[in-house]
Design a protein around this ligand. Structure first.
Ligand code: ADP
Length: 265
């Protein structure tokens, strides 16, 4: 096995579970779901890392309110940015921490992106983690092929697919599903995000888009349906303002899913 693969295996051997979060297209709430998953697990007492490999559009540091933090280089690797300074149970790594200017764009070809992702996996001092959540770019690109190849040696648990209920998003998530099958990445299930708007005044649910498409698709492909997340204006504000690190303020994700995942830990 190559030196690179050995370093990666060594670095990730203290990580119990690895979940990738995928979506067929941008804007469906993939990064929000990654953030919510990480915070829900954190609130359940787990040690959680979140790796943002959306190199061209990193948004996790902003959502977690740690956008301007520097990444420190120690003798044995990069120290990830800790979101909770006191307990140090939630850490994050993203290209956003390495850019000189937060508005800089990353215009890289595949091999350079691939090298960066490998470095994130093998050079970051992830330490003992119960969960490493990996937020990926939308679609199926070089980054997806690279991460799946790199993780092959450490057996990731699988992928959470995020979609919105409209047909156009569902068609794209079907491609994502086929990608997972082609690269033999297990599918943990589908989350239908932005599924209805619950009126804060009367608690009536309006289906802004169509509804139930994610569940139907999960049935059709025989994969678990993990639940629906409604449109929640307070979540939008919180993520935009980088206040997701107000750990109890962020609505948690489908509890049934988390409970089933957390049970064996
Ligand atoms: P993606 O990662 O798929 O591109 P984001 O997670 O960045 O999408 O979400 C796009 C926008 O939608 C963000 O402004 C985010 O705050 C908002 N958003 C995502 N999910 C919800 C939700 N369930 N309720 C309200 N706003 C949401």
């Amino acid at each position: 096995m190559s030196d690179g693969a050995d370093a990666l295996i060594e670095r990730l051997k203290t990580v119990k579970h690895i979940w990738l979060v995928l979506s067929g297209k941008g804007g469906v709430g993939k990064s929000s779901v990654s953030t919510q998953l990480a915070l829900s697990l954190y609130n359940a007492g787990q040690r959680v890392g979140i790796l943002d490999i959306d190199l061209c559009g990193p948004s996790i540091p902003r959502m977690l309110g740690v956008e301007n933090q520097p990444v420190r280089q120690a003798s044995s690797g990069w120290v990830p940015v800790y979101v909770d300074q006191s307990e140090q149970r939630l850490c994050c790594m993203s290209i956003a921490f390495l850019l000189a200017n937060k508005d800089d764009s990353v215009v890289w070809r595949g091999p350079k992106k691939s090298a960066m992702i490998k470095q994130f996996l093998s050079d970051v001092m992830w330490g003992d983690l119960d969960y490493l959540i990996i937020d990926t770019p939308p679609g199926t690109s070089d980054e997806h092929i690279s991460i799946v190849e790199f993780l092959r040696a450490v057996n990731p648990d699988g992928a959470v697919l995020v979609t919105t209920p409209q047909n156009v998003a569902l068609a794209d998530v079907r491609k994502e599903l086929n990608f997972c099958r082609k690269v033999r990445l297990p599918i943990l299930g589908v989350i239908e995000n932005m599924s209805g708007y619950i009126c804060p005044h009367c608690a009536d649910c309006t289906n802004v888009f169509s509804s139930g498409g994610g569940e139907k698709m999960a049935e059709e492909f025989n994969i678990p349906f993990l639940g629906r997340v409604p449109i929640d204006p307070s979540l939008t504000l919180m993520l935009e303002a980088g206040q997701a690190n107000d750990f109890n303020g962020v609505p948690s994700l489908p509890e049934r899913f988390l409970k089933s995942q957390l049970a064996p830990v």
